[in-house]
Design a protein around this ligand. Structure first.
Ligand code: NAP
Length: 302
């Protein structure tokens, strides 16, 4: 069976595109290798998505999945390994088989960037975490540290400060990228200690768990956990053969969200753009879908 449109990724961007594609009668398929919502599942509080005064990431993810089910949008759990272009047809190669289509929207989002320190990979789940919402409760009453100076690091440091005894917030500069309101809140929080102009240089392991960390001034911090929020990298391993990314790995698209390859679009956090927010990811997905819908209507590809 040949699909009009395959959407890769069931985060907010992919689901937004899928809703419009399904409502316009396209023969659409959504592929997702993980859980619906993607990184959204790691966000503890969202208060900047219109229509929800406040909602957790997992709850919003659940609502996205409810939309998929309510609108009977076809989806499959599948890991995409490659996209092949054969004349005007596109073939999506996955671990459960191959799928042919006319159009593709890549909406695979981003993953947490690593600090690049020894033991980082092995310590995940053993004192090192990229998800305060998932792991915060394991460290009730303990001392922990958060690394990063963006919105994520400050928001999650605040969330953790209500669970743990003390939070060290370690940032490599003294100016933060985060919004002013968050910086103010963090500064006013009694159990958050700011360690600015500091970098984590070593993770010390004891009995296969994180024991302590060492900073660039040689200071040792005895902590039960380190939460890293040092930005993100796009999930684009499967498009490496297409040469559609910039040097940082973000997919380059035009104003219609189409890549330089006709019929392959990209939307959300995996593209190069100015603003990475939930609302803009949703908007990217919708714009990409509408351009495809119009293209199909104009050319009567069916
Ligand atoms: P970000 O804004 O890219 O910030 C990453 C932080 O990590 C920066 O402070 C950076 O330091 C630091 N960093 C990067 N590599 C590092 C390394 N190797 N060692 C130590 N520190 C390192 O990432 P984010 O906070 O996850 O936010 C990503 C996007 O999502 C942003 O556009 C943000 O506004 C958005 N977001 C929005 C909300 C919200 O609206 N409430 C919440 C979360 C995220 P430098 O500053 O020195 O580069």
């Amino acid at each position: 069976m040949k699909y009009d449109l395959i959407i890769i990724g069931m985060g907010i961007s992919g689901v937004s595109a899928a809703i419009y594609a399904q409502n316009s009668g396209l023969n659409v398929l959504v592929l997702e290798s993980g859980i619906p919502g993607g990184l959204l599942n790691k966000i503890n509080k969202i208060n900047n998505y219109p229509g929800h005064a406040e909602i957790t990431g997992p709850d919003l993810s659940f609502q996205l999945f409810e939309s998929v089910n309510k609108l009977k949008i076809p989806y499959k759990k599948a890991k995409v390994s490659e996209i092949k272009i054969e004349k005007k047809q596109k073939k999506v190669i996955t671990d459960i088989g191959n799928f042919e289509c006319h159009f593709i929207i890549i909406a695979t989002g981003r993953k947490a960037r690593k600090l690049g320190l020894e033991h980082e990979e092995n310590l995940l789940g053993k004192g090192l975490s990229t998800c305060a919402l998932c792991d915060g409760n394991l460290y009730k009453g303990k001392d922990i540290a958060v690394v990063g100076g963006g919105n994520s690091a400050l928001e999650e440091a605040l969330y953790l400060s209500n669970i743990v005894n003390k939070v060290y917030l370690i940032h490599r500069r003294d100016a933060f990228r985060a919004e002013e309101a968050l910086i103010k809140e963090v500064r006013e929080k009694e159990n958050i200690e700011l360690l600015t102009n500091r970098q984590v240089t070593e993770l010390i392991v004891k009995e296969e768990k994180l024991d302590k960390i060492i900073l660039d001034n040689k200071k040792e911090l005895e902590i039960s956990a380190l939460f890293t929020y040092v930005g993100f990298e796009p999930n684009i391993e499967f498009v490496k053969n297409l040469d559609i990314t910039n040097e940082e790995g973000y997919i380059l698209v035009d104003k219609n969200y189409e890549t330089k390859i006709k019929g392959i679009y990209a939307a959300g956090d995996c593209i190069k753009k100015e603003v990475y927010q939930l609302i803009t990811a949703a908007s990217d997905g919708v714009s990409a879908a509408i351009h495809i819908i119009k293209d199909i209507e104009n050319k009567k590809i069916h």
